[in-house]
Design a binder for this molecule. Structure first.
Ligand code: GTP
Ligand code: MG
Length: 195
């Protein structure tokens, strides 16, 4: 699936701007700065397809990427703290929630969690929303290169416990590093089975 072309389709700022729901899509959600855009670049092998930054709040629109005209990859704005004007943040958070609970062709939401931090209260709110909307979600742990093996186990444990109360959670946790490539091939393979 990822051997073919991947193209940027459009940046969306309102539900009315979403592209036609003519194929499956998967999205990447998570707190600001968790590594959503970096993961899309790692998956597609394109360094600067999705814009990344050290500044939380880089992605401010719902960005659509087309993979081989078979699947949309959707890069979402982050939630939680973002270095952007309050009114703008409010607007994109509302859009994010509408999108996550109202997109019929959304096959799975990958919810990214920074391996150093685990699941926080803002993450729980998103998990609740996905659960209520009956959107299957799967947790992807990011930035695995930044922590020790002991810390890994601790986070995995915390996340497993937090997910136990969410029936819409896909049980397999994915440990990734966009920097070092860990877990990327596995995630590609999972996505390839969805087309
Ligand atoms: P917003 O669009 O602001 O919500 O952020 P985002 O979730 O898209 O994060 P982004 O991909 O822009 O990455 C944020 C920062 O984390 C950047 O400086 C990345 O280089 C860094 N980063 C992302 N993934 C990894 C990783 O696997 N390892 C390390 N060490 N750094 C990473
Ligand atoms: Mg981003």
């Amino acid at each position: 699936l990822f051997a073919g072309p991947v193209d940027f389709v459009k940046g969306v700022v309102a539900m009315s701007g979403l592209p036609p729901a003519d194929r499956l899509e998967i999205c990447f959600a998570g707190r600001s700065n968790v590594g959503k855009s970096s993961l899309i670049n790692a998956l597609t092998g394109r360094k600067a397809l999705a814009r990344t930054s050290n500044t939380p709040g880089r992605t401010q629109e719902i960005n659509y990427f087309d993979v081989g005209e078979k699947l949309f990859l959707v890069d979402l704005p982050g939630y939680g703290f973002a270095e952007a004007p309050v009114a703008v943040v409010r607007q994109w958070q509302a859009l994010l929630k509408s999108y996550l609970s109202g997109r019929a062709t959304l096959r799975r939401a990958f919810v990214l969690i920074d391996m150093r931090h685990g699941i926080k209260k803002v993450d729980e709110e998103i998990l609740d929303l996905l659960n209520k909307a009956a959107v299957t979600f799967q947790v992807v742990l990011t930035k695995a290169d930044k922590i020790s093996a002991a810390q890994r186990d601790k986070t995995l444990d915390q996340v497993r416990k937090a997910l136990a109360k969410h029936p819409a959670a896909y049980p397999e946790l994915l440990v990734t590093s966009s920097e070092k490539g860990e877990g990327i091939a596995t995630l590609r393979a999972i996505i390839a089975t969805m087309q």
